[in-house]
Design a protein around this ligand. Structure first.
Ligand SMILES: [Zn+2]
Length: 75
């Protein structure tokens, strides 16, 4: 069992796109992930290093990506 870790207030995090909650850090067997404290399904970064950037990218209110389930990210 691991308790969610609060992210320091001086670190900029976008609020959860779904519910507006401030993300927390969770530790899994594969590493750390940044996730929504309300529901992991809202969003969770890939386990590994703490990746607040990834969280911010996903949860940023973008004027371009307004599709409900835009998820293709071909690179
Ligand atoms: Zn949420």
């Amino acid at each position: 069992m691991s308790e969610p870790i609060q992210i320091q207030p001086n670190i900029h995090c976008e609020p959860c796109k779904e519910c507006g909650a401030r993300p927390v850090i969770e530790q899994s067997r594969k590493g750390f992930l940044v996730t929504c404290p309300t529901n992991k399904r809202h969003y969770a970064t890939a386990p590994g290093m703490v990746n607040i950037d990834e969280w911010n990218r996903f949860n940023k209110k973008s004027p371009v990506l307004t599709g409900p389930s835009y998820k293709s990210k071909a690179s």
